[in-house]
Design a protein around this ligand. Structure first.
Ligand code: DCP
Ligand code: CA
Ligand code: CA
Length: 366
């Protein structure tokens, strides 16, 4: 029997939370994160999107496109709170829930707690429930597999509900631009376009063998997607174990200041990833690999999540300055967060309570 899968994704998530909590921002073009002078936009309200403002755009560019744009500081705790809240709502409908980021999840409702045979009705009820209990809207996609449910949830944003019926799936896939396929990023898309593959129907141009030859293991995945085959289960117990960023250094680094520059880049990447995933970890580790492949790691564990940009940055530098004997030549530098997603004790927020000095005095240079 075919499965019934719903993908739920919150609309303009961070921006909607801000507009909900600050009525003076409602109906206005706002950008969360970044500013006119620096940083990038995390997300924009639908009012701002009309002007072309979007995620990952530099603040100055956003302001140029939309001079009325209001920049708002992100409040990750508020977003995490909603993330937990929507998860609790989903639990009223099914036990099979896979949260994939801070604002989205897959739900397998083939069997559901309402005993409702129509997945579309379950999706509708969830949307109403989310709106009623959080004051926020979401979009839903319904189909027989994760890939199509996810594509569907994005089709009629905001407040959309789209069903891709199994009978219509192949026709739908044939007309879908390849950028919309799961696993096809910018690089793969341009590679495929060179082969004359622009939309789903074109994916059938290559044989299975040709796919494997050109794209390796993902080739089989694309070959199957074109035929509407995606058997990935909704993994309700799937849990990410760590969030990590590493950088291999091309050149020999001999100054601490140079190493700090590399660390800064790693920190920014880690912040981006934490924001996308929606939660932090309680332990942070710094890894150093020397040119002769000796690995040193330094870790710190806190009672609370390390999840805000300030905390991530502060702990990372603290770890760096713990290194007493810096190798003469460093090959790789990495940062990772573990002990993820542990629920916090009731009534405690995820902000760390450890005071950090503003400026660190490096204890050691080399
Ligand atoms: N986010 C971020 N940086 C990005 C992309 C997203 O910080 N480059 C954050 C802000 C978003 C949230 O993650 O609000 C969810 O991301 P989505 O891609 O789901 O985008 P939105 O929910 O903002 O908008 P949409 O209505 O298109 O889903
Ligand atoms: Ca979203
Ligand atoms: Ca999302």
């Amino acid at each position: 029997m075919l499965r019934k899968i719903i993908h739920i994704d919150m609309d303009a998530f961070f921006a909607s939370v801000e507009q909900r909590d600050r009525p003076e921002l409602r109906g206005k073009p706002i950008a969360v994160g970044g500013s006119e002078w620096r940083g990038v936009v995390s997300t924009a309200s639908y009012e701002a999107r009309i002007f072309g403002v979007k995620s990952a755009m530099p603040g100055w560019q956003a302001k140029k496109l939309c001079p009325e744009l209001i920049f708002v500081e992100p409040r990750f705790e508020a977003y995490q709170k909603v993330s937990v809240q929507i998860r609790e709502i989903f639990e009223k409908y099914t036990e099979q829930i896979e949260s994939v980021s801070i604002d989205e999840a897959y739900l397998d409702v083939t069997e559901n707690l309402l005993n409702e045979p129509l997945a579309m009705s379950v999706a509708q009820k969830i949307q109403e429930d989310v709106l009623l209990n959080t004051g926020l809207s979401c979009s839903a996609g319904v189909s027989y597999c994760k890939f199509l449910a996810k594509v569907a949830s994005d089709l009629k944003k905001p407040r959309g509900l789209t069903v891709i019926h199994p009978d219509k799936a192949i026709e739908f896939i044939h007309n879908l631009p390849i950028e919309k396929f799961h696993g096809i990023g910018k690089v793969t898309a341009s590679k495929m376009k060179l082969l004359g593959i622009h939309k789903g129907a074109d994916l059938n141009k290559l044989s299975k063998l040709q796919w494997v030859k050109r794209f390796g293991k993902s080739g089989i995945w694309f070959y199957n997607l074109a035929k509407g085959i995606d058997d990935r289960p909704v993994l309700s117990f799937h849990q990410r174990k760590s969030i990590g960023v590493e950088r291999t250094l091309e050149q020999k680094i001999s100054e601490l200041t140079e190493l700090e520059l590399v660390l800064e880049k790693i920190i920014q990447k880690l912040i981006e990833r934490v924001q996308r995933i929606g939660y932090g970890g309680r332990t942070m580790s710094l890894k150093l690999k020397s040119a002769d492949f000796v690995i040193q790691t330094f870790s710190k564990t806190y009672v609370h999540w390390i999840s805000t940009p300030t905390d991530i940055s502060n702990v990372a530098y603290e770890l760096l300055y713990q290194v007493k004997t810096m190798p003469a030549e460093i090959r790789l530098l990495g940062l990772s967060l573990t002990n993820l997603n542990d629920p916090l004790p009731q009534g405690q927020n995820s902000q760390m309570r450890i005071p950090f000095p503003d400026i660190y005095e490096p204890r050691n240079s080399f």
